[in-house]
Ligand binder design. Sequence first.
Ligand SMILES: Nc1ncnc2c1ncn2[C@@H]1O[C@H](COP(=O)(O)OP(=O)(O)OP(=O)(O)O)[C@@H](O)[C@H]1O
Ligand SMILES: [Mg+2]
Length: 277
Amino acid sequence: MSLMHPTPTISIQNIKGGVAKTTTADATAEALAEKGFKVALVDLDGGDSTESLSDPEGIPFNAEALDLTVIDALMNDVDPTDILLPTYHPNLFLLPSNESITELEVNLILSNQRKQWRFLLKKVLSKLKGFDYLIIDGPPSMGVRAIMALAASDLVVIPVEAQAIPLKKVPAMRNAIENVQALINPDFTFKFLLTRVMKRTILGRDAMNELRRACPNNVFETFIPFRIQIAEAPIAGQTILTYKPRSEGARAYRAFSEEIIHEFQSKNQRKTTHRIV
Ligand SMILES: Nc1ncnc2c1ncn2[C@@H]1O[C@H](COP(=O)(O)OP(=O)(O)OP(=O)(O)O)[C@@H](O)[C@H]1O
Ligand SMILES: [Mg+2]
């Protein structure tokens, strides 16, 4: 199925929970917004991204109190543009969700749409016009929501915690992603992002080196340090970029967003070269 959605789409995915997917989705979205890009953040994580951010008046969103969410776009054909919420950053918009998104998985599998659900999110996102980047905050699983996100993505960012146990799960994640790539969407590239890095510990440094050795071309240069301020920011309904703009965490996510921009520039160059050849 070929549904064109020209807006660069990045999903943040890992089968493992608590690896900073939501933190990375929110902070990367704001870092790109800060650079002047118009960004939509798509919450497929049951309200986690939604509840980490706040509205233009600085009031944190209450996911369960929202009239419309991404579920209405996926299930009831509501135009996603009518669901988008402005946030405290003028360039950053949110396609919110809440906990009922878990029911969506069952409904989609049982519904008569059967296999078409794979491209449902891609179809919904193709209706969002005028954005420079779309960022999807994924769930901690490889179920319906993750597959829909992968089908809609140009770039998949896999946050990995720089610790021994999370690194053991990297091969399983890689296999799962490569299977989806082969079967559903050969067009995305994927790369690991080291997060919650305690760089002063030998364990942290070893874990970083090990991942870089195992996947030399698939690890972002930037890594995100472990900083309590990064964990405090969502309590204020902000990402680290607004919460502590000059902190090391904010600087790391800004550097990461530069890599994302560069990634798309090289992707486009590769596409152009292909066409010329
Ligand atoms: N660099 C960091 N330094 C310190 N704490 C962090 C950092 N990144 C994320 N955290 C904290 O780690 C916890 C997990 O992060 P987050 O919620 O982003 O993970 P997740 O992968 O989205 O989790 P889930 O699988 O439940 O959706 C949160 O409390 C978050 O604030
Ligand atoms: Mg999350």
